[in-house]
Design a protein around this ligand. Structure first.
Ligand code: ADP
Ligand code: ZN
Length: 525
């Protein structure tokens, strides 16, 4: 009886159950829906697979009228429409890949008020004709999928998305929901500024995967380290990510030689060979797939016990997405990464060699720094990871820094030296310049700004450049400093950093990984 009354009182729960057949919301879905149903704009940041579509599909049915869904890919739209129709929902799409007649028929249904959800590509929606016609209908909700495409700073900018900033003016009373899995702060701010003039509720949801144990190890002999790790999970399926195609084959052969069933997967193999290996991995248990990132899209194998990175990925987002393939069954799983100086050098090279504008490269380097900060942190890794995605968490007890061992040192004093130099120079400079101040380097930039006169000038001579660089990255990873606050580069002191400056907060840094594996020159951001 209680269940029945809940359903009666909560129409979104009824739709969830009756139309989609689900008993419960996934974390965050209900919050997003409630905000939309209350007429507020929402930016929903959720990882892939978390269930973003339902966040607007359910409200669309609760509200009635017409919901417009903007989506960049025709194939995606077709899939969604087909799935909705199977569930008995009146969904339509008008797009360039279907013939004129079908588009006309779809439009008739829309105009007659029969269609609940209409999927459109942005360039199709933003024509004057379409907008005029839609403005005369009862539009109750607008959903912008893959909303990061609107941001020039995002990894997938699309010019057609820019025009969507006019939507809020054309449909002033219609709540808009923007959805993305891209967490990066500047992209998020950019989406908010472009899509929503007034207040928008930003909800970051469901990024935690508590059953995945997180660990990072200094890279010494990656083959041996991999073998030792794999042998701790006998008979289980796992994914091993390598940077190069050649390395996937070498590693797989090495595992095979040592009695582990291992297969390689990369884009250089024939389609048949790839399909055969993927098939074996999906259907058998206990197969280790040694792959480049070409492997993984759409792979939903619940019993993957671990994801092992023999090389550092390109960003924290990529890392998060890749480790997310482990432990989907909710059982204990592990994400383990090897990390060394060579990885940093290699990734820097990749970015520098890219054919991209300098601004884009600078951001890519910044993203890389965030990942390095995560590798070097002495804080709970999950806290750092979730913090990056905007979620707060307490120490998890299921990562190497929570569980071990790694020698740490009190870095409060050193952190305050950095904070002082930043405060004195106006919190506008990157790590390289701050370190030049600390080390008393009379560079052109220092002299041009008279920074040789700052009280902090030369205050960090007790340590070398590497030390300061690592500390700054760890401060960023710990949320004490914010990278790229105004979108113009540079570092700023975050609220937590001010507390640290006042001595109200401790700061510990990791000593070991740096001194063993990372000795040598590092580039500053
Ligand atoms: P995203 O767009 O975030 O990548 P989708 O919207 O495609 O994710 O949803 C991923 C899967 O999760 C889909 O198969 C969907 O049916 C399922 N799903 C979404 N919400 C729920 C829920 N509340 N209960 C059970 N399954 C759900
Ligand atoms: Zn932890």
């Amino acid at each position: 009886a209680q269940a029945a009354s809940v359903l009666a009182e909560d129409p979104k729960r009824r739709v969830l159950k009756d139309v989609f057949g689900f008993d419960d919301f996934r974390p965050g879905q209900a919050d997003v829906m409630d905000a939309l149903l209350a007429g507020r704009h929402v930016l929903a940041v959720m990882p892939t697979g978390a269930g973003k579509s339902l966040c607007y599909q359910v409200p669309a049915l609760v509200l009635g009228g017409l919901t417009i869904v903007v989506s960049p890919l025709v194939a995606l739209m077709q899939d969604q429409v087909a799935a909705l129709r199977l569930a008995g929902v009146a969904a339509d799409t008008i797009n360039s890949s279907i013939d004129r007649e079908a588009n006309v028929a779809a439009w008739r249904r829309v105009a007659a008020g029969q269609t609940r959800l209409l999927y459109l590509a942005p360039e199709r929606l933003m024509t004057e004709r379409m907008l005029d016609a839609l403005a005369r209908l009862d539009v109750s909700l607008i959903a912008v999928d893959e909303a990061h495409c609107i941001s020039q700073w995002g990894p997938a900018f699309r010019r057609e998305y820019e025009d969507l900033s006019r939507l809020r003016g054309i449909f002033p009373n219609v709540p808009i929901i923007a959805l993305t899995a891209t967490a990066d702060e500047s992209t998020r701010t950019d989406i908010e500024a472009r899509l929503f003039a007034e207040r928008v509720e930003t909800l970051v949801l469901g990024f935690d995967r508590p059953n995945i144990k997180l660990g990072i190890e200094a890279k010494q002999d990656s083959k041996r380290q991999l073998l030792r790790f794999v042998e701790r999970h006998p008979g289980r399926s796992g994914i091993v990510y390598c940077l190069s195609r050649k390395k996937t084959e070498e590693m797989a052969a090495f595992l095979e030689k040592n009695g582990v069933t291992a297969l390689a997967y990369h884009a250089g193999m024939s389609k048949d060979a790839r399909d055969a290996n993927q098939n074996a991995f999906m259907t058998l248990s206990g197969v280790v797939m040694v792959a480049t990132i070409a492997f993984g899209m759409g792979i939903d194998k619940p019993d993957v016990a671990y994801v092992f990175h023999t090389d550092m990925p390109g960003s924290l987002e990529a890392y998060y997405q890749e480790i997310g393939r482990a432990g989907r069954d909710g059982r204990e799983a592990e994400a383990h990464m090897l990390f060394g100086l060579g990885d940093i050098r290699m990734r820097r090279l990749f970015i520098d060699d890219e054919d991209a504008p300098p601004e884009h490269k600078r951001r890519s380097h910044g993203r890389l720094d965030t990942l390095i900060g995560y590798c070097e942190t002495a804080q709970c890794r999950r806290q750092v990871l979730l913090g990056y995605f905007g979620e707060e968490a307490s120490p998890c007890g299921n990562c190497d820094t929570c569980l071990d061992q790694a020698p740490r040192a009190d870095g409060g004093m050193e952190a305050r030296i950095i904070l002082a130099a930043m405060a004195q120079s106006g919190e506008r400079f990157g790590a390289g310049h701050v370190i030049d101040i600390l080390l008393g380097h009379e560079t052109e930039k220092i002299l041009a700004r008279n920074h040789q006169r700052l009280a902090s000038f030369g205050s960090g001579l007790a340590h070398k450049k590497d030390f300061w660089l690592s500390l700054i990255r760890q401060l960023v990873a710990g949320g004490f400093l914010s990278p790229d606050p105004g979108g113009h580069g540079g570092l700023a002191i975050a609220e937590k950093g001010h507390a640290l400056g006042r001595g109200e907060m401790p700061f510990h840094y990791r000593v070991e990984v740096r001194s063993r594996a990372l000795r040598g020159k590092m580039r500053s951001a």
